[in-house]
Write a protein that binds this ligand. Sequence first.
Ligand code: NAD
Length: 254
Amino acid sequence: RFKDKVALVTGSSQGIGAACALRLASEGADMILNGRKLDERGEKLIAAIEQMGRRAAFVEADISQVMGVNHLITQAIQTYSRLDILVNNAGVEKNHNFWEVTETDFDLVMDTNLKGVFFGTQAFVKHCIANKVAGVVVNMSSVHEEIVFPHFAPYCASKGALKMLTRNLATELAPFNIRVNNVAPGAIATPINKSLLNDEEKLGKLLENIPMKKLGTPEDVAGIVAFLASDDAKYVTGSTYFVDGGLTYHYEEQ
Ligand code: NAD
């Protein structure tokens, strides 16, 4: 579905971002990968994509800073002389009681999960409008754009903001043939959930609340990202697709 397209996935060294990069490449996209530093994980990913017969380049950039994310988009466009798909995947979370959150904690989460998405998308959209590219943006939101997550107040605030940003941009950018959607994963087995995965009691309690009684995989999320990035979703914009085994709207029997 992505022959002759170039796609950028932010924060793609591991987890959901890496799975998205592999999935898009497997369907024909040339890939721009990103992280703050290229390491062994990034190198392995480049090799895997090249084995599929696609091209892959890694751009080192901190997307939580406007200068960093602008540099990333400029490099991404220059590398293969085009950019069609932006997956705003990089994100962080911090576990704190609300009354103990510091300005540094707040800024890290908001700058990564919201400011980086905002200005990265802005730079991409400028490119799309100037070059008449029917660009596609897929934001990695979370079920916590919708449901509460005590002790993760900045995270919830950032993902809730992403929900409205997506709806607003979908409307404003539709006349330019640019689509913007959110994917909202539930509990996915990735390194971000390391402490949960290592705590049997916590994990058991979480699974009780998931109708499908299992965690999702990064590949489950990547499949929905690929759908939204493709022409199969050409009439879809401003939506959130939940990938959560039924978690968000589950019914608790009393
Ligand atoms: P992860 O921690 O495994 O991977 C995130 C990647 O982003 C890492 O490689 C990290 O280095 C990179 N990154 C972080 N800050 C960055 C920055 N400033 N600049 C560049 N790269 C940066 O996390 P994941 O579970 O794969 O999550 C990916 C996205 O999915 C996040 O936005 C997260 O909020 C969202 N999400 C994950 C889950 C889950 O259960 N795993 C659930 C809901 C939403």
